[in-house]
Design a protein around this ligand. Structure first.
Ligand code: ATP
Length: 202
């Protein structure tokens, strides 16, 4: 699976719809200070499910929406789409047969954000699991931002294990395990409730 295209609108300094093709191999972004290089990388992290406003360099998530300049009014909507090319058919699970997977995240001021996968509404958890299965994600070590190298050197052992697990491609399994545990707990609660009902009836 290849990242093929990134589309932004209303996201931080990218107020007008902007499309970027991502070619195979390594991608570098160059430009003068403040031109929006970090914003592009943040857009990619955001669409993969980043849910910490602080890690998006903001006080709250709405801060990623274009906040206006002296020349242009603020927007109330931001949207980022990433197009994944799956011609090798290596996407996980039910996505394996799709030639392309398009993931979109949209946020409305005061209204929170929502995700779509190939046009269909999707839970954040499913988007995060998809990227974890692909060996990447909002906090992936393959996105190297300023200060990251030092952060890895100073990381706690558990954090460093997280990086190794991501590299080994097992981060997705953890997400699945967590979800299975939540379902198990819900089922257990239903059973307990059922026991109560039976006791009442007896
Ligand atoms: P540097 O090389 O200095 O790190 P950079 O190219 O990485 O810079 P960014 O940090 O991506 O640049 O972009 C910063 C610009 O984005 C600033 O001009 C800032 O005003 C603008 N910006 C950030 N958030 C918003 C927002 N919500 N609305 C409008 N502009 C924003």
């Amino acid at each position: 699976v290849q990242f093929a295209k990134l589309r932004l609108a209303g996201f931080k300094s990218f107020v007008d719809p902007t499309e970027l093709w991502i070619e195979p191999g390594m991608t570098g972004i160059v430009g003068p200070n403040g031109c929006g290089k970090s914003n592009l990388v943040e857009a990619l992290r955001w669409v993969m499910g980043e849910n910490s406003a602080r890690r998006m360099r903001g006080g709250e998530m709405d801060d990623i929406i274009f906040g206006g300049t002296t020349a242009r009014p603020a927007r109330n909507l931001a949207e980022v789409t990433v197009l994944l090319e799956n011609s090798a058919r290596t996407a996980p699970g039910m996505l394996a047969d799709l030639p392309e997977i398009e993931v979109t995240r949209r946020i409305e001021r005061g209204g929170g954000s929502a995700y779509r996968m190939n046009g269909r509404e999707t839970r954040q958890r499913d988007v995060q699991t998809l990227f974890a299965d692909l060996g990447t994600g909002p906090q992936s070590s393959s996105l190297v931002s300023q200060g990251r190298v030092g952060a890895i050197i100073n990381a706690k052992p558990e954090e460093r294990r997280g990086l190794l697990e991501e590299a080994a491609g097992i981060a997705g399994l953890h997400a699945r395990k967590h979800e299975a545990e939540l379902r198990l707990r819900a089922a257990e609660q239903n059973l307990t409730r059922l026991d109560d009902v039976i006791t009442t009836l007896e």
